[in-house]
Design a protein. Structure first.
Length: 457
């Protein structure tokens, strides 16, 4: 019996050494100890099948042996809600958003709320039900998540993997092993505290006080306000930045152009410039924090009478923390559309914002049918199916082939609309006429077998 067991282990080692790591071999590891699995995890490139087993068994390895991991002691210090965007980052493809929702923390136990959750890779949200996590008093998070970021039946099927991070960094990370490895898909939760979101998106005259010290550089004179985020100033001695006629730019702030732009941006730019000019003229104290000196200007947070000027401008809608925001917002439908395209897979909300802004700037855009179709896709991804269907119908009526195809399928299956084979055939035929290579097969495949052979548009 011992000889058979020894031969079995030699056979397994041979399989691993030649890369035969199919899941069909996983049963061969049933009698392996946790330490034996950890020995393989200590290799430079451990086989994917070993990684999967270690994750599945929730073993923690260090230096080739099992380590006893001190369990997290749940704490209510971070109880509350955090919205999240869920991203997958597969090798050589770039990060793309695959879902989102709300993390709920109660008594240090983390789960994903049933409301407002969405997952692009599956029509069901069952994966979110599997999320189990805990958080301790310093914000450390340990969780497990069952997911397949590639979609049902792909990439080796559903896998349970760990998700870790610190809530203070507003990011949690995990690794989904593709098939039997060694390639992985990075899984990223980007978080926002709901309380923070409410504060930052509500326009208010209230600003948060910022502590400064005597060591921070002081603006002794404002010579000129060029626009809301750019000035020429004198900085008082004694300080390394001290001098006259120094160009000063707000850090991380983009105010509308007040000198040269389209009329709408200029109008707001001049209004913001006047507001800042008055505010600086009435100030008792102007301090600079988080500063950096470049060859072109000093870049800093400007603290006016204890309040961050940049934060105040954003709160009033007078500035943005997205550089290059104002040209696509006011002046260029093309730039707005390009922003929508840029964020299409990486940030649903931003993509929707810029596509809809494109239609405001140019209601008769030559790209209107495509943009409206993209909006239909995005609203479907975010769970607003009524709005998605409305946009789908608009795009189809404008002759966009994919929208015609999608609307035809909706009528064929009764997805969001009353089932209507006549309308389904009509829209699928239009899609076929506009170049769809599958519309005819979709319709004909829905007919009884006796009629499928003779079916043609």
């Amino acid at each position: 019996m011992i000889l058979i067991s020894h031969i079995n282990k030699l056979f397994i080692l041979l399989l691993l050494s030649i890369g035969a790591t199919s899941p069909s071999y996983s049963g061969l590891f049933d009698d392996w100890t946790d330490n034996q699995l950890c020995e393989w995890m200590d290799q430079p490139s451990p086989p994917g099948i070993i990684k999967n087993l270690v994750t599945k068994k929730r073993i923690h390895c260090s230096g080739g042996i099992v380590v006893i991991k001190v369990p997290i002691v749940p704490s209510n210090a971070f109880d509350g809600n955090y919205t999240f965007k869920l991203f997958a980052d597969p090798p050589h493809m770039g990060k793309n958003q695959i879902g989102g929702g709300i993390l709920e923390i109660q008594g240090g136990i983390i789960s994903i709320a049933a409301e407002e959750r969405r997952l692009v890779v599956s029509s069901k949200n069952k994966y979110f039900n599997s999320f189990e996590g805990q958080i301790n008093k310093i914000g450390k998070v340990e969780a497990y998540f069952l997911l397949n970021p590639c979609g049902p039946g792909q990439c080796g099927g559903d896998k349970n993997f760990s998700v870790e991070g610190n809530i203070n960094e507003l990011e949690l990370n995990g690794e989904f092993i593709l098939g039997s490895g060694p390639d992985i898909v990075k899984i990223i939760f980007e978080l926002k505290d709901v309380a923070t979101i409410t504060t930052s998106t509500t326009k208010t005259d209230e600003t948060t006080s910022v502590a400064t010290s005597d060591d921070d550089p002081t603006v002794s004179k404002v010579i000129e306000v060029i626009q809301g985020d750019k000035f020429i100033v004198d900085i008082a001695e004694p300080h390394e930045l001290a001098g006259s006629n120094i160009k000063l730019n707000l850090r991380g702030i983009d105010a509308p152009d007040a000198k040269k732009s389209c009329p709408k941006q200029m109008e707001l730019g001049i209004k913001v410039k006047d507001f800042v000019t008055q505010k600086l003229a009435n100030a008792s104290s102007i301090k600079l924090t988080n500063f950096k000196k470049t060859s072109a200007a000093v870049i800093a947070h400007v603290i006016v009478d204890g309040n961050d000027l940049g934060d105040e401008l954003i709160s009033k809608g007078y500035a943005s923390d997205d550089f290059g925001y104002w040209k696509p917002y006011f002046c260029s439908a093309l730039s707005a559309m390009q922003a929508g395209d840029q964020y299409f897979l990486s940030d649903f909300e931003k993509s929707m914002f810029w596509y809809e802004r494109t239609l405001v700037l140019d209601p008769n855009s030559s790209n209107k049918s495509r943009i409206i179709y993209q909006l239909s896709v995005l609203y479907s991804m975010t769970g607003d199916y009524d709005k998605s269907l409305d946009y789908l119908k608009q795009s189809a009526s404008l002759g966009w082939m994919q929208a015609e195809e999608g609307l035809g399928i909706a009528y064929l299956t009764g997805d969001g609309v009353a089932k209507d084979t006549s309308k389904a055939k009509s829209w699928l035929k239009k899609a076929h006429e506009h170049g769809s290579g599958k519309a005819e097969d979709i319709y004909c495949g829905s007919l009884p077998k006796a009629k499928q052979k003779t079916c043609k548009f």
